[in-house]
Design a protein around this ligand. Structure first.
Ligand code: AGP
Length: 608
């Protein structure tokens, strides 16, 4: 989720670009850059680090140019360095491009372009774009971009500038947002609305597969065949603060709703045409994997809960014992790790002190370490032997949501990769799971389109003092995450319990009216789970059951049932957690809590 800005008009471009990028900084970034067209030449200024450092470097610089593009990078491919920062240019410095998204087939394109004699200077997927423009340029940047779009696969919002077409910018969009800002004697491109608000509240929202070309006087939209498209002007009603949240009331709600995109992005480029999982990032040979006798997963908080799901999935598919540990325990318990262990560290921020210490302990004991993290170039990413990035984009809210479901996707990919390498499941079963993985994004969207019943239950129970989450197997792992979400943003005392364990003590706390959220998505455990629901119903608890479509027996025992779309039982955690995130969110809002910055908590706990 990078920040993109493009400007052409009557003003000096540099201040507009820097101001626009500053308004996008909530999207997170690790490097920044601008390209300006001045006296017929393109000047590029870019560097790793925060935007303020770039602005400082350019402070006071007289820039006559009135056309330019700018970018703040949230790294996916290639560490945050000066060379990897955008904009990127072609060999001859005639074309520059900024990009937000993931070019899935960049490696094959890069090889082809290198064979054609192009010279690359970065390790990014983006850099193939200006070289493709250079290769296909036919005198018109818009028709050239159409050719480029035919070659690339993946997600992109890109803006191109050429010194051969001064005062003109062209952009294209597929799966990554891009807006056209419409001013008087000036026009804009931006990856998000806040960047254009000081200048205009009139915009066009580009649709997938569309291009746009702007000059000082004109803004035109084309479809992927180059045909003009007429588009009504979108009048922006949001204030800047609300615009940063994409119109949502809180970053947490925005990030919950970004999950379909985060799931799709984390799969991008990791599924081969024949349906196999292809993880180039895990450079462990089949022989090295055959040597693995035990897998350890260690993390904190929500990442730890993702690890609990990972345990079930890895043991089921890879048939290797998996031990999960809270990182702050792991690092002090002299874990029985050796060279025949494989350690997986999960961390959204990649900076959590306990998780980083656990990584170092694992390496000290000689085990290979795989990191699953959302931040390129983070400490955990740098120190791990292999890194499987989640591509959820920056997660601003303290309560982790899209990072968790993206971590689950990464764990499924890892499990299928290991299962394929070790031959522990038939290829057809692996392919079937991959097909189901690809469908999760749409199923998650279906849940998000049906928040009503969850909101209703949340509002009717927002005053409760205690809440319990119960489940068996994978449902228990998800119950743990649901309980944490509710606790950390609504301050309600919530507990997750293995449903079969309630009668061994905790049942004493179940009294009339206590809300119990019962997860019942696992067909082979349904009967047992329903008997536990009857146990709490017999004590007059109020039960919201979270079931899978096609489980009518659940209706007979629960007070309210929310059904998630059916999918492979191993994959239900990705979907089942979404209603729990929404439940926590709506209860916290009803209680007037600070949803994005809950009391006592930090987004990344970089101290012990
Ligand atoms: C999750 O909602 C919490 N904010 C917290 O438990 C978090 O998951 C934990 O601190 C681990 O953070 P990490 O994933 O960045 O390592």
């Amino acid at each position: 989720m990078c920040g993109i800005i493009g400007y052409t008009g009557f003003r000096p471009a540099l201040p507009v670009l820097l101001d626009g990028l500053a308004r996008l900084e909530y999207r997170g970034y690790d490097s920044a850059g601008v390209a300006l067209l001045e006296n017929g030449q393109i000047q590029i200024y870019k560097q790793a680090g925060k935007l303020a450092a770039l602005a400082q470097r350019l402070n006071g610089r007289q820039c006559a140019g009135t056309t330019g593009i700018g970018h703040t990078r949230w790294a996916t491919h290639g560490r945050p360095t000066d060379l990897n920062a955008h904009p990127h240019s072609d060999c001859g410095g005639r074309f520059v491009v900024v990009h937000n998204g993931i070019i899935e087939n960049y490696l094959s394109l890069r090889e082809w372009l290198l064979a054609e004699g192009h010279v690359f200077s970065s390790e990014t997927d983006t850099e193939v774009l200006p070289h493709l423009v250079e290769h296909f340029y036919d005198g018109d940047l818009a028709s050239t971009l159409i050719r480029v779009m035919e070659k690339i696969k993946g997600s992109y919002a890109l803006v191109a500038l050429s010194k051969l077409e001064p005062e003109r910018l062209v952009a294209a969009r597929q799966d990554s947002p891009l807006v056209v800002g419409l001013g008087r004697e000036e026009n804009f491109f931006a990856s998000d609305i806040p960047a254009i608000l000081p200048y205009t509240r009139s915009a066009h929202i580009l649709a997938d597969g569309e291009l746009a070309a702007i000059t000082r006087e004109n803004a035109a939209i084309f479809d992927h065949a180059g045909k003009r498209v007429s588009r009504p002007v979108f009048a922006v009603k949001w204030e800047a603060a609300q615009a940063e949240k994409g119109g949502y009331a809180h970053f947490m709600l925005k990030e919950i709703h970004e999950q379909p995109r985060a799931l799709k992005d984390t799969l991008r480029g990791r599924l081969a045409e024949d349906g196999r999982v292809e993880l180039k990032e895990i450079a462990l040979s089949a022989d090295e994997l055959k040597n693995v006798h035990k897998i350890f997963i260690t993390a904190c908080g929500t990442a730890y809960h993702a690890g609990l799901v990972g345990k079930y999935v890895l043991e089921k598919l890879v048939r290797i014992p998996v031990e999960t540990d809270i990182a702050s325990e792991f690092r002090y318990r002299q874990p029985l790790i050796d060279r025949r262990s494989l350690v997986v560290i999960i961390s959204q921020s990649g900076e959590t002190a306990d998780s980083l210490a656990a990584l170092r302990e694992a390496k000290r004991l000689g085990a290979p370490v795989i990191a699953i993290t959302n931040v390129v170039g983070s400490s955990i990413a740098r120190e791990a032997d292999h890194v499987l990035y989640t591509w959820a984009g920056p997660e601003i809210a303290v309560a982790s949501t899209k990072a968790y479901t993206a971590q689950l996707i990464a764990l499924y990919l890892l499990a299928l990769h290991l299962a394929d390498a070790l031959g522990t499941i038939p290829a057809k079963d692996s392919r079937a799971l991959v097909e189901e993985l690809k469908s999760l994004s749409a199923r998650a969207q279906a849940i998000l389109d049906n928040c009503g019943p969850i909101k209703e239950f949340a509002l009717s129970h927002a005053g409760c003092k205690d809440a319990f989450f119960i489940g068996r197997g994978l449902d228990y792992a998800v119950a743990m995450e649901g309980s944490l979400k509710l606790k950390e943003i609504s301050y309600i005392h919530a507990e997750a319990y293995a449903a079969g364990e309630l009668k061994h003590g905790t049942l004493a706390l179940i009294v009339a009216g206590v809300p119990v959220i019962a997860l019942a998505t696992q067909p082979h455990l349904l009967e047992k789970t329903l008997s536990n629901v009857k146990e709490v119903k017999a004590r007059d608890a109020t039960v919201l059951a979270l079931a899978t479509e096609g489980m009518p027996e659940v209706d007979k025992v629960a007070d309210q049932v929310y059904s998630i779309p059916a999918t492979h039982p191993l994959l239900t955690p990705v979907l089942a957690v979404i209603p729990l995130q929404l439940l926590a969110y709506y209860m916290a809002v009803a209680r007037g809590c600070d949803v994005d910055q809950p009391r006592n908590l930090a987004k990344s706990v970089t101290v012990e």
